[in-house]
Design a protein around this ligand. Sequence first.
Ligand code: UN1
Length: 509
Amino acid sequence: MNTLNLADWQIDQRWPAAVIAGHARYAAQGRDLASPIDGAVLGTLDYASAAELSEAISAAQAAFRAWRTVPAPRRGELVRRIGELVRQRKPALAQLVTLETGKIVSEAEGEVQEWIDLCDYAVGLSRQLYGLTIASERAEHRLSEQWLPLGAVAVISAFNFPVAVWAWNAMLALVCGDSVLWKPSEKTPLSALAAVRIVLDAMVDCAEAPPALVQLLNGSTEVGQQLAADPRLPLVSATGSVAMGRQLAPVVAARLGRSLLELGGNNAAIVGPSADLELAVRAIVFAAAGTCGQRCTTLRRLIVHRDVIDTLLPRLVAAYRSLMVGDPRNRATLVGPLINEAAWSAMQAALAEAVLEGGTLLAGGTRVVDGVPAGGVYVYPALVRMPMQGGIVHEETFAPILYVLVYDTLDEAIALNNAVEQGLSSALFTRDLLDAERFLGPAGSDCGLANINTGTSGAEIGGAFGGEKATGGGRESGSDSWRAYMRRATQTINYGEALPLAQGVRFGD
Ligand code: UN1
């Protein structure tokens, strides 16, 4: 049984299908939701109906019309208040995240911290939503661009970051003047309900915020597909698998809407001959085994220089063998459970395929039975040496499997890094400046995230987050990602008495 006091969140055991204009809606039928920690049923989740979804979109449009005219710095005040409340409730929210995702407490706290950091960032941004002024070719003309609120924005988030990835989108959308419709993963509705609770509580202190500014719709892929198809939503931001993106993007494109996609990764790290191996081992283990291999930034491929592979691998095997796998609520645990049995089946199938393709299991890959809560799916993270990069190594299996490959030249290693369809995150461990710059340069890593001497996961919020190729091309979180949530209007003002035409065109004079 969980010891969590859901009353803290004003959430009972029956969870609403939707939160529309600040009010919870319940459906006739619910589905039980179990914690990945021990299989204990946490509560019953309802799914939103198509009619509720449509109603929520209309309400979101009305909320947008009111919110867009509130000055951005005042919109930022709501986000500041949200940030204050998240700070106060960080341990309690992290506890919910652990309960639903099975991630260890420190990582759950880190995830909530991402939301707090994003709030701080968005508050500053609310005074920085700037456009350019461009020199006009015409006398007494001013040419400039203004960034304006976009509309009601749909956010579809995944189970592995039930709070942070939504917050990357929602906190920016709010300061940009948009309303937000959120479809969380059906595996993590509780963190989503708690997050919306915090937003609604913050709105009490913000008279200008309309009640339908942030709404929640629970459901499975049908809800996502409906959001994708609805022309009232100018932007659909979705995080999930490449397969999900392939289904969703054409639906949004067919109505000429915009999608912002953060899809799968098949991230690699290269270990060069000059690498600090001690540091590399620590970084590799966190990136590959942390979050039980269930981050989109998880390290899945390790490409090691032939001169150091025989030194690195025994250290890595030893580090894998010492990993504490177990109940994520125990502070000593480093690896919690997989999300469900299906993830374990996928892991087993991938490992069997790897062995068929000539792979050798160096560590892990089996189920933990002793000393872990019954009813959860606990595994030892797997380390597999592969003869070459082919078949299964090209696939993102959402489980802790690290494939090890060997290389001789940096060009070869970079080619291996880039040979997969995804392009999210990448890393090179080296003390060679030339190699580092080559990896980061135009003929280097083709990923959206490229790191030197740190792992593929655990990005800070200040940078733009996302990847190329099948990862979907979207950028969220920091840098200028905010632009995706606004529309750009190029504006020309003639403050003279004449009407000169651009490009010197003469028309009747
Ligand atoms: C994800 O797994 O979808 O860089 C996001 C990281 C985290 C975010 C991961 N800050 O690993």
